[in-house]
Design a protein around this ligand. Structure first.
Ligand code: UGA
Length: 456
């Protein structure tokens, strides 16, 4: 099949690469000339395991090419995928300006029948409006169809997720378009849900919001476990073995981040408000996520008697999760900012996100280190903020020698509590009573920061 993919961000670039890897002839379009020049040379702008090899292979075998010209891109395509960004606007809903612009351009440049597929995450009703926008900009009476085909890939695992999806959702009012899309995905042998536009759009938001709710639920459970002496990891394991619940997305921590969950939960909440419905549960999901981060920062603050001025922390992790260099809406970055705001210095390290973090955070009170141990040298405590596997394998004896005080705040429950405590550390984590929790409990009331009310 001949395919055009507009937008070469995470979804677009991975989509273009994988579609070409399936034997289709694919052309990727982006307005960013520098980016296109770099991709053509095989320089992939994002860290995504396995992607670079697939892009290079398919470019060299002539199935994958790139251009900055939308008209050239769509000229010979049977299917045109729209994969542009839909970031959060100031009012909390999705900013669709890039979608409208691309829809207008497609309309102006359409010369024959095509299926226009919206892969970007867009609120309910958007695909119908896209259809109207394209129709209003057509130069002659050309037929086209629109399809909603939301993407469910996770950053860091996107190649794996696209090759092996749990399901494919195809929403349209055209049977012809649905059949063409089925042809593209049929070989995967996975369930295909064909439905109307609005249900397809809603499936994407419902899925992300439900996963975010799972995380906020387990984070609230972690709060109760910590206070009552239960262990959140054991509780999550016990819950997850119930096939009706499932084990995934039950890892407690400092909250969810990234370019999707925060914006999509907020956009769905805005959609429900616009429909005169107060989605109470989602309001709670967002609030819990905020409190979870503040609670972690406050633990650090309380341990040091409420004053972090003059302290230095070794910080491991800046990306919003492991296996990515993405720091958009990263809770780790938020924690670093909060700790800096409290007057402390930080020596930071992340296996992939250093460049992005430096651009965003600058140099004030932050030293960017070459490896995880350098970040710990002379620090008052270690903070673990991202769930990279390499942080779970820290040499505790080495860590103890490096740190000024043997204190660890593990925001991702990466370390083994017993091992850390046996090695002589004061250990604070999430959802478990640890040496750290007991120390804070023993402080006389009135010690700065001791009283915990909503995590403050
Ligand atoms: C998410 C969804 O998982 C994808 O299905 C979806 O396609 C994508 O958004 C999107 O809408 O484009 P992603 O943002 O890449 O994918 O990251 P996730 O792996 O879902 O993690 C999101 C956040 O939740 C991270 O900050 C992670 O640390 C946190 N998380 C995840 C937890 O705190 N606990 C968990 O158990 C799982």
């Amino acid at each position: 099949m001949k395919i055009c993919v507009i937008g070469t961000g995470y979804v677009g670039l991975v989509g273009a690469a994988i579609f070409s890897n399936w034997g289709n002839e694919v052309i990727g379009v982006d307005i960013d000339l520098e980016k296109i020049k770099r991709i053509k040379k095989g320089h992939i702008p994002i860290y995504e395991p396995g992607l670079s090899e697939i892009v290079l292979k398919n470019i060299s075998q002539g199935r994958l090419s790139f251009t900055t010209s939308l008209s050239d891109g769509i000229k010979n395509a049977e299917i045109v995928f729209v994969c542009v960004g839909t970031p959060q606007s100031d009012t909390g809903d999705a900013d669709l300006s890039q979608v409208w612009k691309v829809a207008e351009e497609i309309g102006k440049n359409l010369t024959g029948y095509k299926v226009v597929v919206i892969k970007s995450t867009v609120p309910v009703g958007t695909n119908e409006k896209v259809k109207k926008v394209i129709r209003s900009t057509l130069r002659s009476n050309i037929r086209f169809d629109v399809v909603s085909n939301p993407e469910f890939l996770r950053e860091g695992y996107s190649v794996e997720d696209m090759e092996n999806p749990d399901r494919t959702v195809i929403g349209s009012d055209s049977e012809k378009a649905i059949n063409l899309m089925k042809k593209l995905y049929k070989h995967l042998g996975k369930p295909i849900i064909s439905c109307d536009f609005r249900s397809a759009e809603m499936i994407k938001y419902a899925s992300n919001a439900f996963l975010a709710s799972k995380i906020s639920f387990v984070n609230e459970m972690a709060q109760i476990c910590e206070r009552s002496g239960a262990d959140i990891d054991v509780v999550a394991k016990g819950m997850g073995l119930d096939s009706r619940i499932g084990p995934r997305f039950l890892k407690a921590g400092i909250g969810y981040g990234g370019s999707c969950f925060p914006k999509d939960v907020s956009a769905l909440y805005k959609t429900s408000s616009d429909q005169d419905y107060d989605f109470k549960l989602l309001r709670g999901v967002m609030e819990v996520n905020q409190v979870q981060k503040e609670y972690f920062v406050n633990k650090v603050k309380r341990y040091f008697g409420g004053n972090l001025a003059g302290k230095t922390f070794g910080v491991l992790g800046l990306a919003f999760k492991n296996n990515t260099d993405d720091i958009r809406d990263s809770v780790a970055v938020e924690v670093v900012k909060d700790i800096r705001g409290l007057g402390a210095c930080q020596n930071v390290f992340d296996p992939q996100a250093m460049k992005n973090a430096k651009q965003l955070l600058g140099d004030v009170s932050i030293k960017y280190c070459l490896d995880k141990y350098e970040a710990l040298k002379g620090a008052d405590a270690l903070l673990i903020l991202t769930e990279w596997e390499e942080f779970a394998a820290l040499d505790l004896r080495k860590v103890k020698k490096m740190l000024k005080n043997p204190v660890i705040f593990d925001g991702r429950i990466l370390l083994d509590r017993k091992e850390v405590e046996n090695a002589g550390f004061v250990y604070f984590t999430v959802g478990k009573r640890t040496t750290g929790t007991e120390l804070l409990d023993k402080r006389p009331s009135g010690t700065p920061g001791v009283i915990l009310k909503n995590g403050s």
